[in-house]
Design a protein. Structure first.
Length: 207
């Protein structure tokens, strides 16, 4: 299952292409690229990405599971204006006591995070980058726009034993990331968009 969950939803071209943030770890030891299609224009999707992080909009994943380990995560169901300002150097929190760092921001296009989770008092045994990239797709009839959301994780091992930690963590990351991508799509498309899609599918089936 490893090849499948490392590239869930992503095409061969998407896995092979260079994305913002790749330059932070040019010789990564492990790369995961996942993707989802969201039927809204980029400018409508971006606010959901911009406000991500603990203490902000959350990660749109399994909050209950994250909160079992004290993350205090509460995924937002609306865009919040106060959380839209994000800049390089800002903290991107996964937990009240654990933060990565915003490495790069291209408003409307890309949010890149870097860092690692320490092991107690020890430094992380790997370097890590996490990129959220929005790309335009050809709009479907009746839609104002369609966006492809790509999420790429890159790990650079700093210790020989780092794979023993990263590989099982990455399997868990897949489960959480898939839910996150689906959660972003659900929120961005909204109930009106989903209802419209359901009506069109029903009309198509009757034809």
């Amino acid at each position: 299952m490893r090849p499948w969950y490392l590239r869930w939803g992503a095409s061969d071209d998407e896995c092979a292409k260079s994305l913002p943030g790749d330059e932070l770890l040019p010789r990564a030891d492990l790369v995961a690229t996942r993707a989802i299609t969201i039927r809204v224009p980029r400018e409508q999707l971006w606010p959901w990405v911009a406000q991500m992080g603990q203490g902000r909009g959350g990660l749109y994943s399994y909050d209950a599971l994250e909160n079992l380990i004290g993350c205090d995560m509460h995924s937002a169901d609306r865009v919040v204006a106060e959380w839209q300002d994000v800049a390089p150097g800002d903290a991107f929190r996964l937990h009240p006591d654990v933060a990565l760092e915003v490495a790069a921001v291209e408003p409307g296009r890309a949010l890149v995070i870097k860092g690692g989770v320490p092991m107690g008092d020890a430094a992380p045994p790997y370097d890590f980058s996490w990129a959220f990239v929005l790309e335009d797709l050809e709009p479907v009839p009746g839609s104002p726009g369609v966006t492809r959301l790509l999420v790429r994780e890159r790990y650079g091992y700093l210790r020989r034993w780092a794979p023993l930690l990263v590989e099982p963590v990455e399997a868990v990351s897949f489960v959480m990331s898939r839910k996150m991508l689906q959660g972003i799509r659900q929120r961005a498309e909204g109930p009106r968009q989903r209802a419209g899609g359901s009506r069109k599918r029903a009309e198509g089936s009757r034809r």
